[in-house]
Design a protein around this ligand. Structure first.
Ligand code: MG
Length: 370
């Protein structure tokens, strides 16, 4: 299965309700910036990273795929995933200009495309290739009801609607003011009752003092985890918070490398581990984080930069993955959408990694690569 061509693509797909915001971002579209890899046996693999649909930035990622990574892949055996991961991640020329960032995001798209190819060649859904089913069902939690841009009334309505649809977990955004966020958390907890897990996500906005003050009061509302309470790289701050609150600390969506995760593990700064195949250099590196988390007996809840198209396969196959994020923005762009039925993700059945775009998505959302 020799690689004959590597091309980049960009899709910009609208979010629910045309605009959403958390404590640090406000976006109208999700960016699907991908790699399409053709092989001499007629198969095509697709992989992608996730962005905030900033076209100039997306074009840099696309250019990195086509001009920096692609020349190292042409003529290679696509099934040599580990060796090709090493070849790209340890390319001295790229390491010099970026061991994280665009070089990694572009690598993510390629690595996932190689896994897609491998699963298609084996005529199996990816989860089967990853060792088969480790769990009966993958529980979903709904993030799309909890944006900071949603009014208090609509937030409560959305939470109730999600529970009525069968979700047993939801996540709401915090990071505005302590008072407002506590009021919203209390209202949601009251509305959904004690049996639904309610996580919160600060997107790295607050400082340690604010987080401590918030956590002291929030503990009464049975918070499942506090995600990205502090700045993404602040290992010591997260360790200090984790040591002083009963609320579990979750993070990982902005960590690019296994070394970054290793620091958080070493300082006991993390309770829930949230790697993302679109942020790290693909599934190959995320599997390493999942294995390490499992060895520390820490649960994994993958972050949905892929809107769970790939992570649903990982979550069915890896014993560390306890729960998976649901945001429905881009699912209908793929031949096998990541669907939730009665609160659980449907187990994928088609060969591949769930990353093959439909012709309709291609026609409707495609942006110029350069
Ligand atoms: Mg988050």
């Amino acid at each position: 299965m020799k690689i004959t061509s590597v091309k980049a693509f960009i899709l910009h797909v609208p979010v629910t309700g045309s605009q959403i915001a958390d404590s640090t971002h406000s976006i109208s579209h999700w960016g699907v910036v991908g790699a399409q890899i053709d092989t001499d046996n007629g198969l095509t693999g697709y992989g992608f990273t996730g962005t905030h649909a900033h076209l100039p930035g997306d074009q840099l990622i696309a250019r990195c795929i086509e001009t920096c990574h692609a020349p190292l892949l042409i003529g290679e055996d696509a099934s040599d995933i580990t060796r090709l991961w090493q070849k790209l991640a340890r390319n001295p020329a790229l390491q010099w200009i970026g061991r994280a960032g665009i070089t990694t995001l572009s690598h993510a798209a390629i690595d996932v495309a190689l896994w897609d190819l491998k699963a298609k060649a084996a005529q199996q859904p990816l989860w089967k290739l990853l060792g088969g089913q480790a769990r009966e069902k993958v529980r979903a939690y709904n993030t799309d009801i909890g944006w900071l841009s949603i009014s208090d009334d609509k937030l409560v309505e959305g939470a109730q609607r999600a529970v009525a649809q069968g979700f047993t977990g939801i996540k709401i955004k915090v990071g505005s003011t302590v008072e407002r966020d506590l009021r919203r958390l209390a209202a949601v907890r009251k509305a959904v009752g004690p049996d639904v897990t309610v996580a919160i996500d600060g997107n790295g906005k607050w400082d340690l003092a604010t987080c401590k003050r918030f956590c002291n009061a929030a503990q009464a509302h049975d918070v499942f985890w506090f995600e990205e309470p502090l700045w993404h790289d602040d290992v010591t701050g997260h360790a200090q918070l984790a040591a002083t609150t009963a609320i579990p600390v979750a993070l990982g969506e902005q960590l690019y490398t296994t070394d970054a995760f290793a620091e958080f593990f070493a300082q006991q700064a993390i309770d829930w581990v949230q790697p993302d195949v679109t942020r790290m250099a693909g599934l190959t590196d995320v599997l390493r984080v999942c294995d390490t988390a499992h060895s520390f007996r820490l649960p994994v809840a993958p972050h949905a930069g892929d809107m769970s198209q790939v992570h649903v396969h990982l979550s069915y196959a890896h014993p560390a993955c306890e729960v998976l994020e649901y945001i429905p923005w881009i699912k209908d762009c793929f031949t096998e959408p990541a669907e939730v039925v009665d609160g659980y993700f449907a187990r994928p059945a088609l060969p591949g990694a769930g990353t093959t775009p439909t012709a309709a998505a291609w026609a409707q959302y495609r942006q110029p690569v350069a």
